[in-house]
Design a protein around this ligand. Structure first.
Ligand code: VGL
Ligand code: ZN
Length: 199
């Protein structure tokens, strides 16, 4: 059985001091680096938005961050501007061992659609290509860690389980945004999808 570590969005904007800082987001970096040694493949994901992205509150008149709007593909939380392509905020945390990465998947690069999951954009059907990469490498088992537990980790883990991968989320190496109970909902949804949560 071939095993990949999927490191979700360990980027400066999701760490303390960043534009969409996740509390303690930086604390998970050393533990994630250690996990890389046990993996046959290491994949990093990188949230990668153009300026004026439709998931930014600043792109919608009269709307503020963390409000929810209806997009053609469904409800969308509006975020502070973050992870702008090529910016320091979009860069990986300086201590993340990026040299170990075999593959970097960028997502959220289309102006009109967000992408929480490493597998599908928020229309839930446009693929990122990660599934093909993993399958052609014969990978069946995934360990996931990163930011944020309740958004990009959650969507990635549930999609992976639905696609038939065996998925373990290292909750101890994830941190959450936690909007209106989103962390509890994410945990329940991951368990329901068959994801194993390691606390
Ligand atoms: C994320 C909100 C917006 C994440 C990305 O990485 O969980 N959350 N963009
Ligand atoms: Zn984003």
């Amino acid at each position: 059985m071939t095993h990949a570590l999927i490191v979700i969005d360990v980027q400066n904007d999701f760490c303390p001091g960043g534009a969409l800082a996740v509390p303690e987001g930086d604390l998970i970096v050393p533990g994630i680096n250690k996990l890389m040694a046990d993996a046959d493949a290491v994949v990093l994901t990188q949230d990668w938005h153009p300026k004026g992205h439709s998931s930014f509150a600043s792109s919608h008149n009269g709307q503020g961050p963390y409000e929810v709007i209806d997009m053609p593909y469904g409800p969308q939380v509006l975020w502070p501007d973050h992870c702008i392509q090529g910016s320091g905020g979009a860069a990986f945390h300086a201590d993340l061992d990026v040299n170990r990465a075999n593959m970097i998947v960028r997502k959220g690069y289309r102006a009109g659609i967000d992408s929480y999951s490493a597998f599908f954009e928020n229309d839930r059907e446009t693929p990122t290509g990660l599934e093909g990469y993993l399958r052609t490498r014969g990978i069946t088992r995934l360990t996931m860690a990163g930011l944020a537990t309740d958004f990009c980790v959650n969507f990635s883990a549930v999609d992976a389980a639905k696609l038939g991968f065996e998925v373990n989320v290292r909750m101890d190496l994830c941190r959450a945004i936690d909007l209106d109970g989103s962390l509890a909902a994410a945990q329940a949804g991951m368990v329901k999808a068959g994801v194993v949560l390691t606390v």
